[in-house]
Design a binder for this molecule. Structure first.
Ligand SMILES: Nc1ncnc2c1ncn2[C@@H]1O[C@H](COP(=O)(O)OP(=O)(O)OP(=O)(O)O)[C@@H](O)[C@H]1O
Ligand SMILES: [Mg+2]
Length: 357
């Protein structure tokens, strides 16, 4: 606990107890390291205040000398109505992976799942022990992309954890393994958040080098649940070169900025049409929009993936282009290497989160 940070937090009134926040007992961690302040708050009684409280904490911590960046984590889920045993389990749960990389986009249909799956495959091909969490509860795609549409569902292991499936050298969990890809999931927001929490906390990933999270499209509650529920190393934003998709990509950047999760960079998908017959590239949407956007926001540009019929075909057949040869596979290899390099570059020691009884 850092005293200067705690004093700064005392200027905020805890909406749940009315006490000065620093002394309210809700702060379970307040650390300052390398200019980064990490504040972990336990859940309060008033969920609707969480956003405002987080902003206030961020501002107060940001004003403390030596703080260049403040990161606020609200342990909303872990403290409510949970048994002691579960808490003890949470205490021992190891971080699921050395690197956790979220693949996100503001807009749907830009090829986020295709890119996430192929980036994960490229990591596995490079010899990294890799997992993919399909966090798109309403529209899961991992079963199809990895050729596991007919696979038996996820099962509980003897230790009570969820056993991931494995295909193409990648460990996988997806809602699609539980409900079937075409069955509509008619869940309300909190249930989705709960499912995501289970995927984050209860999967037997083993010793992963990298966990890729295929985020649901948009910038709402499920995205926040993930951003707050896992020690994410950084986020990769997928966009097409079109202005509209880029506008949405900016919203995604803003969401992750709010949670102080570093943007590792942009991947431009469907950058240009790569003709499967003559090998020539045609710039259908005006190539380079995401690169320009990356430059504007100061985020690295990780690579461009061509629009190629083979990608769509492979996706439908449960093959991963990244595992083959050729220009598209190379594009994924390069983007994955750039992503891993960035993730290492931004990595800081994980904050130690202590759950008090
Ligand atoms: N570079 C590409 N070349 C050709 N087809 C592509 C490419 N990227 C994605 N596709 C195809 O576009 C469609 C949408 O891709 P995908 O499902 O990956 O998008 P998404 O952003 O995850 O969508 P959603 O928002 O619904 O989750 C799929 O049919 C996929 O095969
Ligand atoms: Mg998708």
């Amino acid at each position: 606990m850092n005293d200067a940070l705690l004093s700064a937090l005392d200027t905020i009134t805890d909406p749940a107890s009315g006490a000065p926040l620093g002394r309210s007992g809700r702060v379970s961690a307040a650390d300052l390291k390398d200019g980064v302040a990490t504040i972990v708050l336990k859940a309060g009684g008033k969920d609707e205040d969480a956003g405002a409280l987080r902003d206030a904490v961020k501002a107060a911590a940001g004003a403390v000398e030596g703080v260049e960046r403040a990161r606020v984590i609200v342990e909303a889920e872990l403290n409510r109505g949970e048994s002691k045993a579960r808490k003890a389990e949470a205490k021992q749960a190891p971080a699921p992976a050395r690197l956790i990389i979220a693949v996100a986009s503001g807009k749907g249909g830009v090829g986020k799942s295709t890119v996430a799956a192929n980036l994960a495959a490229a990591c596995a091909k490079a010899g990294l022990s890799t997992g993919l969490m399909d966090a798109d509860i309403y529209g899961p795609s991992a079963p199809r992309l990895f050729g596991l549409s007919d696979a038996p569902g996820l099962r509980k292991a003897d230790n009570g954890g969820i056993e991931p499936l494995e295909a193409h050298g990648v460990k996988l969990v997806s809602m699609g393994f539980l409900v079937g890809e075409r069955d509509p999931v008619v869940w309300r927001g909190p249930m989705v958040t709960g499912a995501i929490r289970q995927f984050l906390g209860e999967v037997n990933w083993g010793d992963l080098d990298v966990l890729v999270i295929d985020m649901p499209p948009g910038t709402g509650d499920p995205q926040l649940a993930i951003a707050q529920g896992a020690p994410i190393s950084g986020v990769v934003i997928v966009s097409t070169p079109q202005d509209l998709a880029l506008d949405d990509a900016k919203k995604a950047v803003a969401l992750f900025d709010r949670t102080a999760i570093p943007v590792l960079g942009f991947v431009e998908n469907m950058s240009f049409f790569l003709c499967p017959h003559c090998g020539e590239g045609t710039e259908i949407f005006g190539r380079g929009g995401a690169r320009a956007e990356a430059e504007l926001t100061g985020a690295p540009f990780l690579g461009e993936i061509p629009l190629h019929p083979e990608l769509r075909k492979a996706s439908d057949e449960g093959r991963l282009v990244a595992l083959g040869e050729g220009p598209v596979a190379k594009a994924f290899e390069r983007a994955a290497a750039a992503m891993i390099e960035q993730a290492h570059a931004v990595q800081r020691p994980a904050p130690e989160i202590v759950f008090e009884d």
